[in-house]
Design a protein. Structure first.
Length: 95
């Protein structure tokens, strides 16, 4: 049985989680990752599973003028805390 899709507390999302969060299909997110459109995203070694740091997804959306879901902003904050980094980009929240 596949593992359930849970929010990653480290601020790193699966393609499925990212897709659900921003309202697109998981295959669309995988295509974006494979095409190099989401900098910072990666494929797990010896696997086809893709991962996206929350700040990378946020930047991708900002660059396209898309409103940032509040939940994604919170994930970026978690990522910052866990990786001692600061997320860049303007605030553009969607409820």
């Amino acid at each position: 049985m596949p593992a359930p899709h849970k929010t990653n507390s480290l601020g790193i999302l699966s393609a499925y989680q990212a897709a659900k969060l921003i309202g697109v299909s998981a295959p669309t997110v995988r295509k974006w990752i494979d095409a190099g459109k989401i900098p910072g995203s990666f494929t797990l070694p010896e696997s086809r599973d893709r991962r996206i740091p929350a700040p990378s997804l946020r930047l991708f959306l900002i660059q396209r003028g898309v409103a940032i879901p509040t939940k994604l902003t919170k994930m970026c904050e978690e990522y910052e805390q866990n990786h001692n980094t600061q997320v860049t980009g303007k605030n553009n929240h969607a409820e």
